[in-house]
Design a protein around this ligand. Structure first.
Ligand SMILES: [Ca+2]
Length: 147
C-alpha cells in the first residue's frame, strides 16, 4: 500500500515537472479555424512545439472603417527561423490566398500597410522554416491604423 502511494506521488511530480508548453502550445492556433485573437499594439512571445506546429492568429476589423495593418515577426532566442504568412477574409466570405513575407536579417519578417476593409478578418500564420528547438521563442507585433 505504501509503495502504491509513493508511485502515485512520483507520477504526479513527474507530470507537474513536464513543461506546460509540451501539452498546451501544440494546441494554440493549430488551424485557421482555431486562430487566436491578437493582442494589438503589444508583443506576443510564443514558441512552436515541433517542426510541424503552426500558430494562426486573427483580428476582426470591427472598427467601422477601412484600416491598414502592419505586423512584425522576429526570433527572440535560439537559432530557428520562422516565417509569417498573411491572408484576409472579406466580409462577403471570400478569402485571399496565403502570402508570405520575405525573410530579413536574423529571420525576421514583416508586412506593412496591408489594406483591410471594414468587416474583414486578417489571419497571420507562423511556420518554421528551420525548426531547431521548442525553446526558440518568436516575437510578433500587430497594429492597425487609419488609412
Ligand atoms: Ca500551434
Amino acid at each position: 500500500m505504501k509503495l502504491k502511494q509513493i508511485c502515485i506521488a512520483v507520477l504526479i511530480i513527474a507530470l507537474l515537472s513536464i513543461p506546460q508548453s509540451a501539452f498546451a502550445l501544440r494546441t494554440v492556433g493549430d488551424t485557421q479555424a482555431d486562430a487566436v485573437y491578437f493582442l494589438t499594439d503589444q508583443y506576443t512571445d510564443l514558441i512552436l512545439s515541433d517542426s510541424a506546429d503552426v500558430d494562426w492568429f486573427k483580428w476582426d476589423n470591427y472598427t467601422g472603417e477601412d484600416r491598414r495593418v502592419t505586423t512584425f515577426l522576429a526570433m527572440l532566442s535560439g537559432t530557428g527561423i520562422y516565417k509569417m504568412g498573411i491572408k484576409i477574409k472579406y466580409s462577403n466570405g471570400i478569402e485571399s490566398s496565403l502570402m508570405y513575407s520575405d525573410l530579413y536579417m536574423f529571420g525576421s519578417s514583416s508586412f506593412s500597410n496591408i489594406y483591410v476593409p471594414a468587416g474583414a478578418t486578417v489571419y497571420l500564420k507562423i511556420d518554421a522554416v528551420n525548426f531547431v528547438s521548442m525553446y526558440d521563442y518568436y516575437r510578433m507585433f500587430f497594429t492597425h491604423s487609419s488609412i
